[in-house]
Design a binder for this molecule. Structure first.
Ligand SMILES: [Mg+2]
Length: 170
């Protein structure tokens, strides 16, 4: 049955904590990464050395790496200069278009793909719409505006539900 839950499948503190082996063990062959507040904050134009090294490690493990941002082309293109991965800008997440494009690019199925991002109503929902694994990471700290603050409050019950579901495992 299709999963419509806003509760993420997996949560990590930071995207860089996600190891290639963890993804491969779950049958994942490609990842679709959010940029803003997932890999770097809004104000940072280029990936850090740590982000570049992490993406290289994913590629070396044989995983397809894509970025899918709702942000505009100049932001995405500049960010992608040093990593050169399959990228979509103005992706309109939570719609699944960018994930489907990445799947077609890498020749993988949506269920073999993990969507990694910091927002439930953008990234987790996008994973659901695509039928992919939904991995939520903690947003990189940033002085958020009121719109984001409201969204974070609305996200809380789903994060609590995840913690409750997985508390027995710890
Ligand atoms: Mg984001």
């Amino acid at each position: 049955m299709k999963n419509y839950s806003f509760v993420p499948d997996v949560m990590f503190e930071n995207a860089l904590d996600i190891k290639p082996d963890f993804l491969i063990a779950r049958g994942i062959r490609a990842v679709v990464l959010d940029i803003d507040n997932t890999l770097v904050t809004y104000g940072v134009a280029e990936p850090t050395d740590e982000v570049i090294a992490w993406i290289e490690a994913l590629k070396e493990a044989g995983l397809g790496v894509a970025i899918a941002s709702n942000n505009h082309a100049p932001r995405v293109e500049l960010f992608n200069q040093k990593i050169g991965v399959f990228a979509t800008c103005e992706s309109k997440k939570p719609f699944a278009k960018s994930v489907k494009a990445a799947c077609a690019h890498f020749g993988v199925e949506p269920e073999e793909t993990a969507v990694i991002g910091d927002q439930i109503f953008t990234d987790v929902w996008c994973a659901r719409n695509a039928g992919s694994l939904a991995i939520l990471v903690k947003p990189i700290p940033y002085p958020e505006n009121l719109f984001f603050k409201c969204k974070r409050v609305l996200e809380k019950p789903f994060i609590r539900a995840y913690r409750k579901k997985h508390s027995s495992e710890n």
